[in-house]
Design a protein around this ligand. Structure first.
Ligand code: GLA
Length: 387
């Protein structure tokens, strides 16, 4: 992203002064989908696409003057007025400001202009990139950088829950804040322990194909999926008063079978996917350490199958892209992120890369009248101050 471009807009739309520039990335996730809010494991990494913001205190008590460079939209609001702005992009600014304030940061009024090159609605967590970018800026401008990285992650997640209507887990904000170039991270979402895994598979590439079906999590069946999982946990806990059941992470296959009738087939299938996905992340980590990319790929296909048939967060276009990957002999392919549109992530041998992309673009175009967008994955650093 272009620093000079963001700066020129900031100068133009406000009082001619410059501020500080911050950047935060979107993310990929190799495997471990819908496991974060179930206390399971995820395996994300930050990417070289994200959000960049210029920010500067404006001398007011609590007036935010915000400009979205991409949307060419300006919104001014008082973050203490109790309502906040209506524009959905500005709600991220409003929410993170209040959440950082809750963490003890003495935020005052500020000007902000921002732009992004992480595609919106592609399942690469453009919203987490915004939250962590703004959190990083507020921490630096008003908080002497005293707020810890984990607290910024949680402030981003709370912004989604409290101001944007998405009851998401912590994977996206975690990846955006903690990302490191060339490394994936295996996070245990229950204990919050994590490990960096250097990721540079010799002879393979990771590539995303964006179906260009816009994925929208707010007010979507995303929250329903989460409710299903929580419902299953509730039923299992009621049957086992001696145990401690907080999330599906605490539940076994046998316990799931015990409540199958009472929770109904839909919730059962969803929970069934989550238990399998937890095991798959661990299997993929072992396979990566052993350099066994065939197993990594096999697990990715299994995840796709589960997300499509059991968790039901796929769509026709994503299934079509997955089928093409299989036909082309791609090692692994699956829906990435929340689902309901967005991208597939593909692990493909170097020599198959060109023919795969060509076939996928051609066939997708023939069927849907548009080509998927292709993004090569470059695993990059997390939130930071640029200047
Ligand atoms: C979205 C959410 C994450 C996670 C994924 C699915 O990206 O923001 O918390 O649940 O979906 O793995």
């Amino acid at each position: 992203m272009d620093i000079e471009f963001v700066r020129s807009r900031f100068i133009k739309h406000f009082d001619g002064k410059t501020g500080n520039i911050y950047a935060s990335p979107g993310r990929i996730n190799l495997i471990g989908e819908h496991t974060d809010y179930n206390g399971g494991f995820v395996f994300p990494g930050a990417v070289d696409k994200g959000i960049m913001a210029e920010m500067r205190p404006n001398g007011t008590e609590s007036t935010i003057r915000a400009y979205s460079i991409d949307l060419k939209d300006r919104v001014d609001f008082d973050f203490h007025d109790g309502q906040g702005p209506r524009a959905s992009w500005a709600r991220y600014i409003y929410g993170i400001t209040l959440e950082m304030e809750k963490l003890g940061v003495p935020v005052k009024g500020y000007n902000i202009a921002f732009a992004g090159d992480v595609p919106l609605g592609a399942g690469m967590s453009s919203s987490a990139a915004m939250e962590s970018c703004f959190a990083c800026g507020l921490n630096d401008l008003f908080g002497d950088n005293k707020v810890s990285k984990w607290d910024m992650v949680l402030a981003g997640q709370a912004t989604e829950h409290n101001y944007c209507g998405v009851n998401c887990g912590i994977m996206d904000q975690f990846a955006s804040v903690f990302g490191q170039a060339g490394k994936l991270m295996r996070l245990d979402c229950r204990s919050r322990e994590f490990e960096y895994f250097p990721f540079n598979p010799q002879g393979y590439k990771l590539v995303l194909l964006n179906s260009c079906v816009k994925h929208e999590l707010a007010g979507s069946p995303y929250n329903d999926r989460r409710n299903s999982c929580e419902n299953v946990v509730k039923h299992i806990a009621a049957k086992h008063p001696e145990g401690k059941f907080e999330t599906l992470r605490d539940c076994t296959w046998e316990q799931l079978e015990e409540v199958r009738q009472e929770v109904g087939e839909e919730d059962y299938k969803r929970a069934h996917f989550v238990l399998g996905e937890k095991d798959r992340v661990l299997a993929v980590c072992d396979a990566l350490v052993a350099g066994d990319y065939e197993t990594v790929g096999k697990k990715m296909y299994e995840t796709h199958e589960g997300l499509s048939k059991e968790y039901e967060v796929s769509c026709e276009e994503l299934d079509f892209l997955n089928d093409i990957a299989k036909e082309c002999g791609v090692t692994g392919s699956r829906i990435m992120g929340g689902g309901f549109g967005g991208c597939t992530i593909n692990l493909v041998k170097d020599e198959l890369y060109e023919p795969f992309i060509k076939t996928a673009c051609q066939k997708y175009f023939e069927k849907y009248g548009k080509a998927p967008k292709v993004y090569d994955v470059v695993i990059s650093d997390g939130s930071r101050k640029i200047c």
